[in-house]
Design a protein around this ligand. Structure first.
Ligand SMILES: C[S@@+](CC[C@H](N)C(=O)[O-])C[C@H]1O[C@@H](n2cnc3c(N)ncnc32)[C@H](O)[C@@H]1O
Length: 195
């Protein structure tokens, strides 16, 4: 078997190891629904997934994908920015995933932004139950992505190790702008400033 070393396969592997039947998870950047579908498969029949995107086309594509796999009943697709997650989820969740940036072959103006991404990351970290994980895939090869990287790295560096384990998963022999992932594991409940 080939190990899933690339960023997205690694993140999917981690999520499938972590999530169990009946768990709850969030896809903060639905796009074409690959991560939403994966989460839906991981949480099983009694689990629940919420997926967010600001593009109507993302909702349609993902809805179709879920229907093909007969998994639409366990997923709520939300046409809104992930920074507004608190309006839709008031319970704790077991995992979350962000695939930042814009859709490959999509509209580059429809990219995620550092300010709203950071708010959403904080809100999901707040919702995570202890031992829950959040994977944030960062693409810093474009202007907004570079800012996101700076802001998210600065925030990660400010979190205490008693509160979160934070793993950086990155190729050591690729250029500096190659995609990488930050994996947050919550250790204990903590109040995060939304400033
Ligand atoms: C790299 S793509 C995600 C890829 C997706 N996970 C997949 O499996 O295809 C980033 C997505 O984030 C969406 N996006 C941008 N700003 C957003 C926001 N504030 N809230 C939620 N989604 C947003 C974009 O519309 C785009 O579809």
């Amino acid at each position: 078997m080939t190990l899933p070393l690339n960023i997205l396969p690694f993140v999917h592997h981690l999520l499938s190891q972590h999530l169990q039947n009946g768990d709850c998870a969030v896809d903060a950047t639905m796009g074409n629904g690959h991560d939403t579908l994966h989460l839906a498969q991981c949480v099983g029949e009694t689990g629940k997934v919420w997926a967010f995107d600001v593009q109507e086309s993302a909702i349609q594509t993902t809805q179709q994908k879920l229907k093909q796999h007969q998994l639409q009943n366990r997923v709520e697709l939300i046409l809104d920015g992930h920074q507004n997650i608190h309006r839709y989820i008031q319970q704790s969740v077991d995992a979350g995933v962000f695939n930042l940036g814009y859709l490959p072959n999509g509209d580059k103006n429809m990219t995620t932004h550092s300010e709203t991404s950071l708010i959403a990351i904080k809100r999901i970290l707040h919702l995570l139950r202890p031992n829950g994980i959040l994977a944030v895939c960062i693409y810093s090869g474009h202007h907004e992505g570079k800012q996101e990287r700076e802001v998210i790295e600065q925030f990660s560096g400010s979190l205490k190790q008693q509160d979160f384990d934070i793993l950086r998963y990155q190729f050591a022999n690729r250029n500096d702008t190659a995609p990488y992932a930050l994996i947050f594991r919550k250790i204990r409940d903590v109040v995060l400033s939304m400033e």
